[in-house]
Design a protein around this ligand. Structure first.
Ligand code: ATP
Length: 361
């Protein structure tokens, strides 16, 4: 079990900054997901925690101990790579217990621990098969088994499900989370897939351009995104953004969009520029006499819900509505906003200025 703490950790490659002064704590036993687009610095952060890369500056602490200068092999951390580097000529058993044999553990213990892990992963029946002929999912389980068998303090996973097809990824997401609940070890998981992150994380750390933008639970991140980037990256379809007019005074509880006044949760002020209203598709209602009016551009049925695209004076909006609401292409409809679920962003800084939101760890 381990708490991992980063203090002002920075990494540069020549002139290029890959990680810009990250400071955060990953709690003992937590499933912590680092999420962000390709190149944002999440893998570099993970590699520094693993001891595979040295920070340019800053400190990394494992259970309070400064391990910044310790080699990876001295950190008692298991790294699970994306493309499970298994030994194809070896059996599943020998692949799983490889780290234990290297460590010179007694044969009986090696056997007992290997079988315990195989049972946990439900691959006992494959133990004496060669990994060469296994299906992708079973190979992934073997790779996980090899990481778990060490009983490391923490597991680091870099897009471990990236090579799997969508259906199987869902199954593995669930399995990984169940496994985490049983093993209880701190897990740091890197992905660019927000659905994976939302499904598995205790807390998500959203990164972009080498910077940590928000660390919070999936619900907090969804409901109270700290920045416009976070709001846009999480949720599908993503949040609607409507530019507001004029400056918001301190504590404003309404703003104007194309001449229409829209009530919002109280905001901090002053803003350095104009405000941008953020509304998730399910937080806009289709009504007869709405604050804002628009023309239906398209309707996508999705079972119990439908996604309605509406062209308004403030731009094209996506609205998620129950399928009982009848709308037709080309029809003019009214739109209303669910005040307490809205976000307001500062257009210059992109940060949320919604007082009840902006949870930032
Ligand atoms: P991806 O999912 O594509 O791996 P990422 O968020 O994990 O994205 P990193 O792999 O951490 O991103 O890379 C961050 C940036 O640092 C990238 O622009 C990458 O090109 C650069 N980078 C990473 N390692 C090195 C290196 N050894 N030398 C130079 N630049 C590097």
């Amino acid at each position: 079990m381990a708490e991992i703490r980063l203090e002002e950790v920075r990494k540069t490659f020549g002139d290029f900054t890959a990680v810009r002064g990250s400071s955060f704590t990953i709690r003992d036993g937590e499933f912590f997901v680092m999420l962000g687009p390709s190149g944002c610095g999440k893998t570099t952060t993970l590699r520094m925690i693993a001891g595979l890369e040295l920070p340019t500056s800053g400190r990394i602490l494992l259970d309070g101990e400064d391990v910044t200068w310790k080699r990876g092999s001295e950190r008692d951390i298991a790294f699970v790579f994306q493309l499970f580097a298994l030994y194809p000529h070896m059996s599943v058993r020998r692949n799983i217990n490889f780290p234990l044999r290297i460590a010179g553990l007694p044969r009986r213990e090696v056997k007992a621990r290997t079988e315990e892990v195989a049972a946990m992963l439900r691959i006992e029946h494959l133990l004496d098969r060669s990994v060469g002929g296994l299906a992708a999912g079973d190979r992934q389980r073997v790779a996980l088994g090899r990481a778990i068998v060490r009983r490391a303090k923490a597991f680091l996973m870099d897009e471990p499900l990236g090579a799997l097809d969508a259906e199987f990824r869902d199954v593995m997401c669930e399995e990984l989370r169940v496994l985490h609940n049983r093993v209880g070890a701190t897990t740091v998981y890197v992905t660019h897939d927000q659905v994976e992150a939302m499904a598995m994380a205790d807390r998500i750390c959203v990164m972009n351009h080498a910077e940590v933008l928000q660390i919070a639970t999936p619900t907090e991140i969804y409901d109270h995104p700290a920045t416009r980037f976070v709001a846009n990256f999480i949720g599908s379809p993503s949040m609607n953004f409507l530019p507001a007019e004029g400056h918001l005074p301190a504590g404003a509880t309404a703003l104007r969009v194309k001449g229409v006044s829209i009530a919002v949760p109280a905001t901090t002020a002053p803003l350095s520029a104009e405000a941008v209203l953020g509304a998730r598709p399910e937080h806009i209602r289709i009504v007869e006499e709405g604050a804002l009016r628009g023309r239906v551009f398209g309707v996508e049925y999705m079972g119990s819900r439908q996604l309605v695209t509406v062209d308004t004076e403030a731009g094209r909006l996506r609205v998620r509505a129950p399928n009982t609401v009848r709308v037709a292409d080309g029809e003019t409809i009214g739109l209303d906003f669910i005040t307490e679920r809205l976000s307001v962003f500062d257009a210059a800084t992109d940060r949320s200025v919604t007082i009840r939101g902006a949870a930032h760890g």
